[in-house]
Design a protein around this ligand. Structure first.
Ligand SMILES: Cc1ncc(COP(=O)(O)O)c(C=O)c1O
Length: 396
């Protein structure tokens, strides 16, 4: 029994530690509400949030259109499963298919990035009858059995299952010839993040992605674009792979898709969708009415507020102003940027937090990750530049 009521424990991390599995490194802040790009904390602090809950909160906090959609749909019909066809689900799928590259127009809704990737990989193995998948070094695709199997270094660090569901070959992310040579007639699929998010916003070269597309075509393998983090307008295009001119066979997206409401989607080519039969895939919660109402609101907002153009403008401003203080250079696209630091990114992250700005680290110790909402204002971008410029010597 816990004698002290949770509300009276001064530190939320201590309160969590009583019954929550201790698997997350946590920051010393306790957000209680949010508006726009700012979080309000329990101690009254106001933080500029350039991390967005792992790139999820793409419209900031409290966006009226999202709140309206949640309230309206929750009042009308909070949930019914896929056993009933719904207009709100049809409408979300129509708009997502329209937002996606032309050839991708068949949508399957699920709940998380890993689940979307799991289904994409399973379809690829099933439809090709093959058991080998090519993935990229430094990529991250989630923590379920198949998604983690294609996640770089997961097996050495936390995978846990005795075997992976298929054979995996990891290829370098900057050597197109070597990567393409790994694709052959035994390859079911190649999975890649057009911008590797957790790796610190590393952008794959267009020629590299094109070479992999061509190799997939030569060997009838599927190309899967994991846009869980970089998709949904974050790169300045609807989907980041569009910067390369390549169209994948399957694309997965999540995070910004629901702008905070948990949901994800697998979007595939019509040719692939036509091969599906009843029962081939399924999900209880995937495509629930609440999720679909939010997805529609997010897509409408991106279009109505001209957010793709705004993302491009903000990126230019950040690139022009943020190579200062401890920052040596910037990579990434749009509102998914990596800032190369002279010291460790963790130190810079902590120094920014001291100035009430929340940013993220990445799997590369030198690269800080900045994933602001697509709605970021010029003054908020300037706040980051100013904080970096004025950073104390020890963080440089
Ligand atoms: C590129 C990418 N794919 C997949 C995932 C897994 O998504 P989820 O945590 O929703 O399962 C993530 C999560 O960070 C990701 O960044």
């Amino acid at each position: 029994m816990n004698a002290q009521p949770t509300a009276l424990i001064p530190d939320a991390r201590e309160a969590e530690a009583r019954h929550l599995a201790q698997v997350y490194g946590q920051l010393p802040v306790e957000p209680v509400s949010g508006r726009g790009a700012y979080l309000r904390c329990a101690d009254g602090r106001r933080l500029l949030d350039l991390y967005g809950g792992h790139a999820v909160c793409a419209l900031g906090y409290g966006h009226p259109k999202v709140l309206d959609a949640v309230r309206r749909q929750a009042g009308e019909l909070m949930f019914t499963s896929n056993v009933n066809a719904l207009r709100v689900r049809a409408s979300a799928a129509d708009k997502l298919a329209e937002f996606a590259p032309d050839d991708l127009d068949c949508v399957f809704f699920v709940n998380s990035g890993a689940e979307a990737n799991e289904n994409a990989l399973r379809l690829a193995c099933r439809l090709t009858g093959r058991r080998r998948v090519v993935a990229l070094e430094h990529g991250f695709h989630g923590r379920s059995a198949a998604a983690a199997a294609v996640t770089w270094r997961a097996r050495e660090r936390w995978y846990g299952f005795p075997d992976t569901p298929f054979d995996v070959t990891f290829v370098p992310r900057d050597d197109a010839a070597r990567a393409a040579a790994a694709i052959d007639d035994k390859t079911a699929a190649v999975i890649l993040e057009p911008i590797q998010g957790i790796a610190g916003a590393y952008v794959l070269e267009s020629d590299y992605v094109r070479a992999l597309r061509a190799a997939c075509d030569r060997h009838d393998a599927f190309l899967i674009a994991d846009e869980v983090q970089c998709g949904m307008g974050r790169s300045g295009q609807p989907f980041a792979i569009e910067h390369t001119g390549v169209v994948p066979d399957m694309l997965t997206t999540a995070k910004a898709l629901g702008a905070g409401f948990p949901c994800s989607a697998l979007i595939m080519s019509r040719a692939l969708g036509d091969q599906l039969r009843i029962g081939d895939m399924g999900s209880t919660f995937g495509g629930g009415p609440l999720a679909c109402a939010v997805i529609e609101a997010v897509l409408d907002t991106i279009r109505e507020e001209g957010l793709l153009q705004q993302v491009a403008t903000r990126e230019r401003e950040l690139r022009a102003s943020c190579v200062t203080g401890p920052v040596l250079g910037i990579r990434g696209r749009g509102m998914l940027l990596g800032l190369e630091c002279t010291t460790s990114a963790r130190e810079v992250r902590d120094a920014l937090l001291d100035q009430d700005i929340l940013a993220g680290t990445s799997s590369d110790p030198a690269w800080l990750r900045v994933m602001p909402p697509l709605t970021l204002r010029a003054s908020e971008a300037a706040q980051l530049a100013e904080a970096l410029r004025g950073m104390p010597e020890e963080a440089r």
